[in-house]
Design a protein around this ligand. Structure first.
Ligand SMILES: Nc1nc2c(ncn2[C@@H]2O[C@H](COP(=O)(O)OP(=O)(O)OP(=O)(O)O)[C@@H](O)[C@H]2O)c(=O)[nH]1
Ligand SMILES: [Mg+2]
Length: 220
């Protein structure tokens, strides 16, 4: 069940940022089933690990302070659809909404790592078409289950490197700190990406005004 979707929040976040007030960030959690997407979300919001979360899809709102500035998080804790055709269509909608993405796999579930590999490629491909640049963090969760590990840290790191993503290996069950690093790290990346977009827009408008001036001169 999706509780709330705000597709136009990109515009909203810009306005808020422009007035130097609260910054809004839409964060999307993707990944295969049972990897700990809900555990990460709930750990971040409540600092607690409950254990069982049920199969629900929700968007949570949470306010937190990052580097002395209030951030209003909207966190979309998704469900992995069984039907791949649905996955395609949902991803487009989700990507339009998201300012940043957290892709989660379990270090003891090889197939969940392959799901993340496919999803990161799909996101990169769709973003190029939409000329969007939502930053991505790849998370290898369940680090406490070392004895059942089937995905090495190196593989996770290499995947992230090859797709220009940041990588963390954490245990939502064991520590709050690792989860905090993931969400706060994504906020830093979102800020960087917004600053780059603003910079690019600034350069474009300078080029536009220069060509207006020179175009006018030539016409005179
Ligand atoms: N040992 C261990 N178990 C974890 C960890 N994170 C989550 N789990 C467990 O893994 C199971 C799945 O966690 P969820 O958070 O429900 O996973 P999900 O990705 O939201 O799953 P779906 O919503 O069904 O797609 C639960 O039994 C959690 O208690 C972790 O870091 N370590
Ligand atoms: Mg869940």
């Amino acid at each position: 069940m999706v509780v709330q979707v705000k597709p136009s929040s990109h515009h909203c976040s810009k306005t808020i940022e422009g007035t130097q007030q609260k910054v809004e960030a839409n964060i999307l959690l993707l990944g295969a089933e049972n990897v700990g997407k809900s555990a990460l979300t709930v750990r971040f919001i409540t600092r607690r690990f409950i254990g069982e979360y049920g199969e629900i899809e929700s968007i949570y709102s949470h306010i937190d302070t990052v580097d002395g500035r209030e951030i209003s998080f909207n966190i979309w804790d998704s469900l992995y659809p069984q039907d791949s055709a649905i996955t395609e269509s949902i991803s487009e909608k989700q990507l339009q909404w998201a300012d940043g993405v957290i892709l989660v796999y379990s270090i003891c579930d090889r197939s969940s790592f392959e799901v993340v590999r496919q999803q990161v490629q799909r996101i990169r491909h769709a973003s190029r078409k939409m000329s969007a640049t939502a930053p991505i963090i790849i998370v290898g969760n369940k680090r406490d289950l070392q004895h059942r590990r089937t995905v090495s840290s190196e593989e996770g790191r290499l995947l992230a490197l090859s797709e220009d993503c940041v990588f963390f290996e954490i245990s939502a069950a064991e520590t709050y700190h690792g989860v905090l690093l993931v969400f706060h790290g994504l906020i830093d990346l979102i800020k960087e990406s917004r600053a780059l977009r603003k910079g690019a827009a600034g350069i474009k408008s300078i080029v536009r005004s220069m060509s207006a001036v020179f175009g006018k001169k030539r016409a005179e």
